[in-house]
Design a binder for this molecule. Structure first.
Ligand code: AHG
Ligand code: MN
Ligand code: MN
Length: 337
C-alpha cells in the first residue's frame, strides 16, 4: 500500500474498501464502525484506570450516584450495547457472558447476518499495574436463516469461516488492528481528536523471529515438546539464544511479535489439560490475523482454524507467531510424542 494512504482515517478506509469485502451489503462496514466507536469509549475509561483511588473502585458509588464497574464488565457492556442498540448484528457471544445473546434475531425484518464473539478486556490482570490490555473480536456469518432465532450453531463455527477478526490494544498508543480476509491493517488513535489513522498498512509477521513469549513459571507443568522447544530457544547456536518477552496480555504479546517477529505459546499443562486461552474469543481471531499476516497458529499439532468447536467457552493450547518458529515448535511437539 502506498505511503500516501498513511493519513487515511479508519472511517475513510472502511468506505474505500467496502467493495473488496466478500459480501458487500455494507453491514460488515457498519459492524467495524460500531467496534471503532466502542473502542474509543472503552479507551477513554481504560485511560482513567490509574485514577481509581480518586474516582472510586469497582463496587463503589461515584459522586454522581453511579455505580463504578470493573473495567472488564464496563468493556463488555459497552461493546454489547453499541452493537445491540444500533441493531448491527443478530447475536453476540462474550467471554464475560455464560451464554450467547440473541439480538432480535427472530424478527423477520431483521436482516442482520453476522454474529460477533468477543473478549472485551483481554489481559485484565494488568489493569491495576498500568500495563497494556486489549479487546479481541471475531465475526462470522450466521449459518441459520435470517428471520429465525440465532442458535448455538451460529457461534460454534470453525475459525476458517471467520469473515473478520481484530483487536484493539490500549497501549502507549491505542490501536485497532483488523482483517476482513484481505490482509491486516493497523490504525492508531489520535486521542486529541478521537480519530483512528491508518498507521500500519499490510502488517506482516517476519517469517523468522528472535522473541519467545510464554509463562515460564509454568515450565515444570508443560508437555515435553514445549520444554524441549524452550531449551532450544535458549541454546547458544546460530541466531539463538532468543529473547524472552511475556507481558501477560495476549493482545500486546501478539502485537509485538507481529511487528518484531516472535512466537507466543500458551500450552496445555499438567494443571490445565487444554491450556487457558479460549478458542472462540481469543485463539480463532488471533489465528485469522496471524495467517492473514503471513504467520501461523497451531495447537501444537493442528491448525487452530480447523478445530471444530464444541462449546462456547472451550479452551485450547495455543502456539502462534512467525511461521518458521511455529513450525519448529510443532516439530518439537511431534518428536516428543
Ligand atoms: P483475560 O484477561 O481475558 O482473562 O485473558 C488473559 C489471558 C491472556 O491475555 C494472557 O496472555 C494470559 O491470560 C496470561 O495468563 P497467565 O497469567 O496464566 O500467564
Ligand atoms: Mn483474554
Ligand atoms: Mn477477558
Amino acid at each position: 500500500m502506498a505511503n500516501s494512504k498513511l493519513n487515511q482515517t479508519l472511517g475513510e478506509f472502511i468506505i474505500e474498501n467496502q467493495s473488496s469485502f466478500k459480501y458487500t451489503s455494507g453491514e460488515l462496514s457498519r459492524l467495524i464502525n460500531s467496534i471503532r466507536l466502542a473502542a474509543k469509549v472503552v479507551n477513554h475509561e481504560v485511560n482513567k484506570a490509574g485514577l481509581v483511588d480518586i474516582i472510586g473502585a469497582a463496587g463503589d458509588t461515584n459522586i454522581q450516584g453511579e455505580d463504578q464497574q470493573k473495567l472488564d464488565v464496563y468493556a463488555n457492556d459497552k461493546f454489547i450495547q453499541t452493537m445491540t442498540k444500533r441493531n448491527i448484528v443478530c447475536g453476540i457471544a462474550s467471554e464475560e457472558e455464560d451464554d450467547f445473546i440473541a439480538i432480535n434475531s427472530q424478527d423477520e425484518n431483521n436482516q442482520n447476518k453476522y454474529v460477533v464473539l468477543i473478549d472485551p478486556l483481554d489481559g485484565s490482570s494488568n489493569i491495576d499495574v498500568n500495563v497494556s490490555v486489549g479487546t479481541i473480536f471475531s465475526v462470522f456469518r450466521r449459518v441459520t436463516p435470517v428471520g429465525t432465532p440465532v442458535t448455538i450453531d451460529d457461534f460454534l463455527q470453525k475459525g476458517n469461516q471467520q469473515v473478520a477478526a481484530g483487536y484493539v490494544v490500549y497501549g502507549t498508543s491505542t490501536m485497532l488492528v483488523y482483517t476482513t480476509g484481505d490482509g491486516v491493517n493497523g490504525f492508531t488513535l489520535n486521542p486529541a481528536i478521537g480519530t483512528f489513522y491508518l498507521s500500519h498498512p499490510d502488517m506482516q509477521f517476519p517469517e523468522d523471529g528472535k522473541i519467545y513469549s510464554v509463562n515460564e513459571g509454568n515450565y515444570i507443568h508443560f508437555p515435553l515438546g514445549i520444554k524441549n522447544y524452550i531449551k532450544y530457544c535458549q541454546m547458544e547456536e546460530g541466531d539463538r539464544p532468543y529473547t524472552s518477552r511475556y507481558i501477560g496480555s495476549l493482545v500486546s504479546d501478539f502485537h509485538r511479535n507481529m511487528i518484531k517477529g516472535g512466537i507466543y505459546m500458551y500450552p496445555k499443562s499438567s494443571l490445565a489439560s487444554n491450556g487457558k486461552l479460549r478458542l472462540l474469543y481469543e485463539c480463532n481471531p488471533m489465528a485469522f490475523l496471524a495467517e492473514q499476516a503471513n504467520g501461523k497458529a497451531s495447537d501444537g499439532f493442528n491448525r487452530i482454524m480447523e478445530i471444530e468447536p464444541t462449546e462456547l467457552h472451550q479452551r485450547v493450547p495455543f502456539i502462534c507467531g512467525s511461521k518458521n518458529m511455529v513450525e519448529k515448535a510443532e516439530e518439537f511437539m511431534r518428536n516428543a510424542e
